[in-house]
Write a protein that binds this ligand. Structure first.
Ligand code: Z97
Length: 730
């Protein structure tokens, strides 16, 4: 399957022959770092290889459309609830620089007791099935070819089906996974013993599959009432999972700690979070870090969330993270939409490029305040560990509610999570292994009778699904209603009919978002905003975010609702004007030629602002490209303009005419053309008119070379001048 940038990703092609598809590569990929990397006008210090195709940051046009890629892996979490929608979102995110795509599953899939087949639609995610994973990997294989960089696909190994899920991931080429038995225990009430036994097996499988593991410590941060107070415990959680992973056979560089800067403004974020990050780096030297964005204090305001994200990313750069997560500002709002994903990815990309090389200029103080805070955090973590030992070990500590207590250890609040070691899902399901136990796949922790000689263990059983893909059984979706073919019906029918609908959450769902400011007190304003949204034709409007501007003066609301609008592409009037030439190309042609232009408003027209903006360098007027502009003033006689054009040997005359009563603007244009002809200047001069009521068609009908209306920028005029002068052989 090959993607072409100007064509949509065809889900039909992804599904075609899916039962036989094998991933192109397996295992985790890091970006290829470049230290001294010249890109456009700059020398970068912390970049990786450029992409083959991408969409640069908006400001890039001022720097030759460069798109430097930072050296950190960039994560985004995609979870539309339908895998076929997710694939398009992944492609968009990849074009903006994401190369670690996490697909969150149905809420609480850890509660599902085994692998499930058949894709049912999830609440905020899709359950993990072979079909969904394989389709995703297949699409990502094509997307990574399109952008020119490996893309890591990530999901979760948890719940009672953990080891089975790990096998599935290893078979299908999933590249990264969360795996942490403490997550099962604390957040999903799965039996302690079962969780740790399963974890050893799952970790072994992930290790053999070269899959990067993320732990689950960040969940304490997201759950605790006061996230900055669980910091000592976070170190302990990282340590338990890391030590356990090593014992299960994971190499250090396949273990990534999932960390979150614990606070957000108005807390004094950097003062609290920096020592935390430094202590973590010092304690876990040699391991990889995945810096998750702080979502604990993320409210509905996306701008506020973005600022926290920028500060999080600053910490990542200062304390050497390997993966920067960009969980969208919408995770805090539970509405993971693709354009917020892209905004999150761009926040990280923009921040990291802005911080390029910063550690060569700024060093963290090793003494004083930070040092003392680092030491204190470590001491509290050691005390936490000592208390576990004194209390009889990990199981007893969990039973006693030592974890996710919102006291700053050793202070305690008594609100920690208690789990009975003999209780929870799967309690009593762990049985001792028989001495002649034979594992069904080669990756296995512990006794396996087949693993005796030098041969692969599965040789004894005629191969396993990890070594021989033909052993994998592919089961398609079983639900006759909720399956991809049914769900695609409407979108494909729309496509065939040339119909477009707006989209936010799901393909062509008609959802739109609107921003409304209402000048009243908050309650009145909110009710009014919803009513106004209904007037706009939005069905079932809901307020997504509200911000009081002033208790009496008014509030601003972000509202979403459904708009029943289907637009036929064939009915659209498309702007067929060509894109203006790139700025650098315009300047390179104009500057050496010393071109002159005369300009004025004509007739009895005193409206000079529009024309001045087209000429003036300050707002991007044509002066900027090297045109010598002779502005003659307002209400200038046409005769005078032509004399000035002759005196300066100008290439063009630009007139502005705003007043239109009795069609005076058209008369001015016609007269300019006639007068230039009479003076035998017409061939030498380009004659161009501008004004709010002027159109290109009108200006040409009046004998001029071009006309520009509302919204014209200097670049549009300069570009056309260059093209016309070139065509005349100037
Ligand atoms: C992140 N936004 O980026 P369920 N194991 C671990 C987890 O953290 C999770 C699961 C399993 C977050 C991810 C929350 N984390 C979202 C260590 C989920 C899977 O029980 O199937 O819902 O969770 O890390």
């Amino acid at each position: 399957m090959k993607l072409s940038p100007d064509e949509k990703l065809e889900i039909g092609k992804v599904l075609e022959g899916l039962e036989h598809y094998r991933p192109k590569r397996k295992g985790w990929s890091w970006r290829r770092k470049r230290h001294e990397h010249r890109i456009g006008p700059f020398l970068y210090k912390n970049t990786s290889e450029n992409l083959k195709r991408s969409l640069p940051l908006s400001a890039a046009h001022a720097f030759g459309d460069i798109d430097p890629q930072c050296d950190l892996t960039i994560t985004t979490e995609i979870a539309s609830g339908r895998f076929e929608d997710d694939l398009r979102r992944m492609r968009m995110a990849a074009w903006h620089g994401a190369d670690h795509i996490m697909v969150i599953r149905t809420t609480g899939q850890s509660h599902i007791d085994g692998l499930i087949e058949g894709t049912i639609e999830g609440v905020g995610g899709v359950p993990i099935t072979r079909k969904q994973i394989r389709a995703t990997r297949k699409a990502l294989d094509a997307i990574e070819d399109e952008v020119g960089r490996p893309i890591n696909f990530h999901s979760y190994v948890s719940g009672l089906a953990g080891p089975e899920i790990a096998v599935l991931f290893a078979e299908e080429g999933v590249n990264g996974a969360h795996q942490d038995p403490q997550y099962n225990v604390l957040y999903r009430d799965i039996n302690l013993h079962r969780s740790f036994v399963d974890a050893a097996e799952a970790k072994r499988i992930l290790a053999d599959g070269n899959i990067l593991q993320l732990d689950g410590a960040h969940n304490a941060n997201a759950t605790a009432k006061q996230a900055w107070k669980v910091t000592p415990e976070l170190f302990v959680q990282h340590a338990i999972n890391t030590a356990y992973s090593r014992r299960a056979g994971m190499p250090a560089d396949r273990i990534a700690l999932s960390t979150v800067p614990p606070t957000a403004p108005p807390a004094p974020k950097i003062r609290l979070d920096l020592p935390y990050a430094v202590a973590l780096r010092e304690l876990f030297a040699g391991y990889r870090f995945r810096a998750q964005q702080n979502t604990r204090y993320m409210e509905a305001d996306t701008l506020e969330a973005s600022v926290t994200h920028v500060l999080d990313t600053l910490l990542s750069r200062l304390t050497a993270t390997d993966i920067q997560s960009t969980i969208t500002p919408d995770e805090g709002r539970n509405i993971p939409w693709h354009y917020h994903n892209v905004a999150g990815v761009n926040t990280a990309r923009q921040t990291l490029m802005g911080l390029d090389g910063v550690t060569e200029q700024i060093v963290l103080k090793k003494d004083g305040g930070v040092h003392a805070q680092v030491r204190e955090l470590k001491e509290r973590a050691v005390l936490f560990l000592e208390e576990i030992l004194a209390g009889g070990g990990y199981y007893d500590a969990v039973a006693a509610g030592q974890f996710v207590d919102s006291g700053y250890f050793p202070e305690r609040n008594g609100d920690g999570i208690h789990r009975d070691p003999a209780g929870g899902d799967g309690a009593g399901s762990v049985v001792p292994r028989e001495a002649d136990y034979g594992a069904p796949v080669c990756s296995h922790f512990g006794t396996n009778v087949y693993a005796s000689g030098d041969d692969k263990p599965c040789d004894a059983i005629g191969g396993c699904s990890l070594c021989d893909a033909s052993k994998i059984r592919y089961i398609d979706e079983l639900d006759p209603e909720d399956n991809v073919n049914q769900r695609l019906r409407q979108p494909l029918a729309d496509r065939a009919a040339g119909v477009l609908r707006p989209e936010v959450e799901k393909h062509a769902d008609g959802v739109v978002c609107a921003t409304l400011f209402v000048p009243a007190s908050p309650k009145v304003a909110e009710a009014a905003a919803l009513e106004m949204a209904r007037h706009m034709g939005l069905r079932e409007p809901v307020v997504l975010s509200r911000r009081i501007m002033h208790p009496a003066e008014g509030s601003v609301f972000e509202i979403k609702g459904a708009l029943d609008a289907a637009v036929r592409i064939e009915d659209l009037q498309l702007d067929d004007r060509p894109e203006p030439l790139p700025e650098a190309e315009i300047e390179a042609w104009v500057r050496p030629r010393q071109l002159h232009v005369v300009a004025a408003t004509v007739g009895e027209d005193e409206h000079s602002v529009g024309l001045r903006e087209i000429l003036d360098i300050k707002h991007g007027g044509i002066e900027k490209y090297g045109f010598h502009c002779h502005y003659l003033g307002t209400s200038v006689a046409l005769q005078r303009l032509l004399e000035a054009a002759r005196d300066t040997a100008a290439s063009a005359v630009l007139i502005s005419t705003i007043i239109t009563h009795e069609r005076v603007h058209e008369r001015m244009m016609r007269e300019l053309h006639e007068l230039a002809k009479r003076h035998r200047l017409r061939e030498k001069l380009l004659l161009i008119a501008g004004g709010t009521q002027v159109t290109d068609q009108m200006a040409r009908a009046c004998g001029l070379d071009a006309g520009f209306g509302r919204g014209t920028r200097g670049r549009d005029v300069a570009s056309l001048l260059v093209q016309m002068l070139k065509a005349r052989g100037s």
